[in-house]
Design a protein around this ligand. Structure first.
Ligand code: SF4
Length: 218
């Protein structure tokens, strides 16, 4: 009888396949400081990185520091970031977050996960991206794509992003965490999409829990 593929094999096959598909996966947002990265990540919610990269040079020209953004008028920020979507909430959060940085952290973006999450509008995913990318901290940000793909393949299952994050960190080496995040995001965005994933051309389908459960329904 053929040996059943165990979880560790699937985790390894997944990262190998992702490396094959996306050998150069990395953050596509443009930034030159922790503050710029934080702002770009907040703007990137429900928006493409390419769009954010068009907006941030205009925003940073006038509001490139926490001090300047903290004292901006909301309507002025909304006008600049309008094309990123959810511009009302995003502008409100950017100003409130900048005020927190100025008032609580002397104008410097804090370098720990706990402190990053005390900033207005900064959830665990955003904190993880900034912590891992700028501060080189050990973290895997779990967004909607990472969460879906990890559960579908059962490489890290969980009902919450936090559970999935914890299991991914146990399953993979620290050195792989940052790139793994970006590869899973790309895979989820372009191949293992929420609706109509491209299973027929996916090399992992034989081992994929989601694919197998879909087959049973046909
Ligand atoms: S087989 Fe389909 S659902 Fe499974 S990982 Fe590949 S694309 Fe996603």
């Amino acid at each position: 009888m053929a040996k059943q593929t165990d979880k560790k094999d699937i985790q390894k096959m997944t990262i190998d396949y992702l490396n094959e598909l996306y050998p150069n996966a990395e953050c596509e947002l443009n930034f030159s400081s922790a503050f710029e990265l934080l702002v770009a990540v907040i703007l990137s919610a429900q928006c493409t990185d390419a769009r954010v990269n068009k907006v941030t040079p205009v925003l940073f020209k006038e509001y490139g520091t926490p001090q300047k953004l903290a004292s901006a008028r909301q309507e002025d920020i909304e006008r600049i970031i309008y094309s990123c979507g959810f511009y009302h909430n995003k502008a409100k959060n950017l100003i409130a977050c900048s005020k927190d940085i100025v008032e609580k952290y002397d104008g410097e973006v804090p370098g720990t996960l706990d402190k990053l999450q005390t900033l207005a509008g900064v959830g665990r995913k955003t904190a993880n991206v900034v912590y891992s990318l700028w501060f080189k901290g050990d973290a895997i940000a779990v967004d909607t794509h990472v969460f879906r793909v990890s559960n579908r393949l059962a490489i890290a299952t969980g009902k919450t992003p936090f559970e999935v994050e914890d299991k991914l960190m146990k399953a993979y080496k620290k050195a792989d965490w940052s790139k793994l995040h970006y590869m899973l995001v790309l895979f989820g965005r372009y191949k293992c999409k929420a609706i109509k994933p491209e299973c027929e051309t996916c090399k992992l389908r034989e081992f994929c829990k989601h694919y197998k459960s879909t087959l049973k329904q046909i």
